[in-house]
Design a protein around this ligand. Structure first.
Ligand code: PML
Ligand code: MG
Ligand code: MG
Ligand code: MG
Length: 260
C-alpha cells in the first residue's frame, strides 16, 4: 500500500438544485487518496459525476477529509456472474439467494417494494430481517457507505486473475459490498443501479460472496436502490453499525498469496 496520510474524497451530484433543495440525485462517488494523488482522485470523481446517464448535474460537491483512524484491509468477496435470460429469472434468482441466507419470503417481498419506493435516494436503506421494517432514520438521504477504495494495481491483478472486466462500476460496487458484508450484523445486500442504462445487479453476503445477476431490471428503468438486510439482534447499537458504514476506513486488498 502507498505510504503516507490518506484522505477520504467524496463526490455527490444532483440536477435541479442540490440534494438538500430536493434536486434529483445523479451520481455519487468515494475514494481514498494520498495528497500526491489528490488531483487524479478529484478528476476521476468529477468525470464520473459529469458523464452519468441519469443526466447532467447542476450541483456537484467534491470534498476531502484527512483520515486519522487506521485503515482496515479486507479481502474482496468471491465474485460470481450469473447470466440470466430475463429480468423475471434474474429476480427469482435473487430471491433464492436471499432465502439461502435465512431471509423469509415475506421480508424479501417487502424489500422488493422498497427497491422501487426508495429509488432515487442517494444512500442505502437498512431493513431489519425479522420485521422487514426500515430501521435507518436517514429519510431521503439513506446511509452513505463511505471511506473505502481499492488500489488500482491490486484491483487489476485481481481482475486479470478472475477474468473480470476492469471497469470502475464493478470495482466500486464490489468495494462497497465487501465493506458492508464484513460487518457481522449484515445478513445480505440487494442492489441494482438507478442508472437507466445499467441492468446488472447483485446479491451479496459473506457466505454467498458477490453474486452478480446480469438482468435485475428492464433497460431504460431509472429505478434502483441498495438495501442492507440487518440482523439487529447481532448489533444492539444501530448507531455503531451506521458509524462503521459511514466512517470506518477500508481498503480492499486481494490476498498476499496471489499478490506478488
Ligand atoms: C451502480 O453502479 O449503481 C450499482 C452497480 C451494481 C452492479 C455492478 C456489477 O456489474 O457488478
Ligand atoms: Mg449510481
Ligand atoms: Mg450512487
Ligand atoms: Mg483510488
Amino acid at each position: 500500500m502507498q505510504e503516507g496520510k490518506f484522505y477520504s474524497v467524496r463526490m455527490r451530484a444532483a440536477k435541479n438544485g442540490s440534494h438538500e433543495q430536493g434536486g434529483k440525485h445523479i451520481s455519487g462517488g468515494e475514494k481514498l487518496s494520498t495528497l500526491s494523488h489528490m488531483k487524479h482522485a478529484v478528476n476521476a470523481l468529477l468525470e464520473k459525476g459529469l458523464t452519468h446517464s441519469r443526466g447532467t448535474p447542476d450541483f456537484m460537491q467534491i470534498q476531502f477529509d484527512s483520515l486519522d483512524e487506521p485503515i482496515k484491509l479486507i479481502k474482496p468477496l468471491q465474485i460470481e456472474t450469473n447470466e440470466v435470460e430475463s429480468v423475471e429469472i434474474g429476480q427469482a434468482l435473487s430471491w433464492n439467494l436471499l432465502e439461502k441466507v435465512g431471509i423469509s419470503r415475506q421480508i424479501i417481498e417487502k424489500a422488493y417494494t422498497y427497491m422501487t419506493q426508495y429509488s432515487g435516494i442517494r444512500g442505502a436503506i437498512l431493513i431489519d430481517i425479522h420485521l422487514g421494517e426500515r430501521i435507518d432514520y436517514k429519510n431521503e438521504k439513506g446511509v452513505r457507505v463511505s471511506r473505502m477504495d481499492w488500489m488500482n494495481t491490486n484491483f487489476e491483478k485481481w481482475a486479470d486473475y478472475y477474468k473480470v472486466p476492469k471497469n470502475s462500476r464493478v470495482k466500486e460496487a464490489l468495494v462497497l459490498a465487501t465493506k458492508v458484508c464484513e460487518h457481522p450484523a449484515t445478513v445480505a445486500e440487494l442492489c441494482w443501479s438507478d442508472d437507466p442504462e445499467y441492468i446488472t445487479g447483485y446479491v451479496a453476503s459473506k457466505k454467498l460472496g458477490y453474486q452478480r445477476i446480469s438482468k435485475l431490471k428492464e433497460y431504460g428503468d431509472e429505478r434502483g436502490c441498495r438495501i442492507f438486510f440487518v440482523d439487529s439482534s447481532k448489533d444492539e447499537d444501530l448507531n455503531s453499525y451506521i458509524q462503521y458504514l459511514e466512517k470506518q476506513p477500508v481498503i480492499i486488498q486481494w490476498g498476499e498469496e496471489n499478490d506478488s
